[in-house]
Ligand binder design. Structure first.
Ligand code: MLZ
Length: 218
C-alpha cells in the first residue's frame, strides 16, 4: 500500500517536472513566423559569430527558417528560430555601427561598386524582410549591463574539450549579449554570451583560484 502510494506520488512529481520542462523550454512559440522564402535580411554567421552577413530566407518550416548566405554555397545554410536575436532587417548594421559583410561580388570593390541595400534589392528583385518580423530590434538601444567593447576578461573556450580559461576581450555588444573573442586567436572560437554566464570571469580570476590561464596566441 505504502509502496503504491509512493509510486503514485513519484509519478505525480515527475509529471509536474515534465510539464515544467515542456512549458519552459519546449513549447512552440505563440508568435507567427511571418518570414517568406526570398526575403533578404542581415544575420550573424553562426560559424563566425563576429560577422553580420547579407542573407536570404531559403526555407520556412513551422517556427524555423533556413537562411542562405547570398553568393555563397548552400552548404553554409543554417536553421534558426524566427524570433532569433541574431537576425536583423536590411539596413540595421549600418544604423547600428556594425560592419556588414556583403555578397562576394562586392567584397574588395571600391567606389560605385560598394554594397548598397537599395541597389541590391532592386537588382535581385527581392523583398527586404519587413522590420516587424524581427523579434528584438528595439531592445538593442538599451544595454542592461556594464560590459563594453574592448574590455578584457578571462573566459572558457567552449570549443576546447579541456575547458581552457583564456585571455579574452569583449569584441561586440548586442543588447543583453556580449561577443567573447580570444586574444590572438581566429574568430571561429568567438561566441555570444549572456554576461551572467559561468564561463566568464574577471581578470585575475585564474590566479586567485589556482586555475591555469591560457595566454593570448602569438
Ligand atoms: N589546440 C588548439 C587550441 C586552441 C585554443 C584556442 N583557445 C581560444 C590550437 O592550438 O589550435
Amino acid at each position: 500500500m505504502r509502496v503504491s502510494f509512493l509510486s503514485i506520488a513519484l509519478k505525480v512529481m515527475c509529471y509536474s517536472c515534465d510539464e515544467f520542462a515542456l512549458s519552459q523550454f519546449q513549447q512552440v512559440p505563440s508568435q507567427k513566423n511571418g518570414f517568406k522564402v526570398g526575403m533578404k535580411l542581415e544575420g550573424i554567421d553562426p560559424s563566425r559569430p563576429a560577422l553580420y552577413c547579407v542573407m536570404s530566407v531559403a526555407e520556412v518550416k513551422g517556427f524555423r527558417i533556413r537562411l542562405h548566405f547570398d553568393s555563397y554555397p548552400d552548404a553554409y545554410d543554417f536553421w534558426l528560430n524566427a524570433n532569433s536575436p541574431f537576425i536583423f532587417p536590411p539596413g540595421w548594421a549600418e544604423k547600428n555601427g556594425k560592419q556588414l559583410q556583403p555578397p562576394k561580388q562586392y567584397v574588395g570593390v571600391a567606389g560605385a561598386g560598394v554594397f548598397s541595400w537599395a541597389t541590391y534589392l532592386k537588382e535581385s528583385k527581392a523583398p527586404a524582410a519587413p522590420k516587424h518580423l524581427f523579434a528584438n530590434t528595439s531592445v538593442f538601444s538599451v544595454t542592461p549591463h556594464a560590459f563594453r567593447h574592448g574590455m578584457k576578461l578571462e573566459a572558457v573556450d567552449k570549443k576546447n574539450s579541456d575547458a581552457l580559461v583564456c585571455v579574452a576581450t569583449v569584441a561586440d555588444v548586442l543588447g543583453d549579449k556580449i561577443l567573447i573573442h580570444f586574444d590572438g586567436w581566429d574568430d571561429i572560437y568567438d561566441y555570444w554570451s549572456d554576461p551572467t554566464s559561468p564561463y566568464l570571469h574577471p581578470v585575475g580570476w585564474c590566479q586567485a583560484n589556482g586555475v591555469p590561464l591560457s595566454p593570448p596566441n602569438g
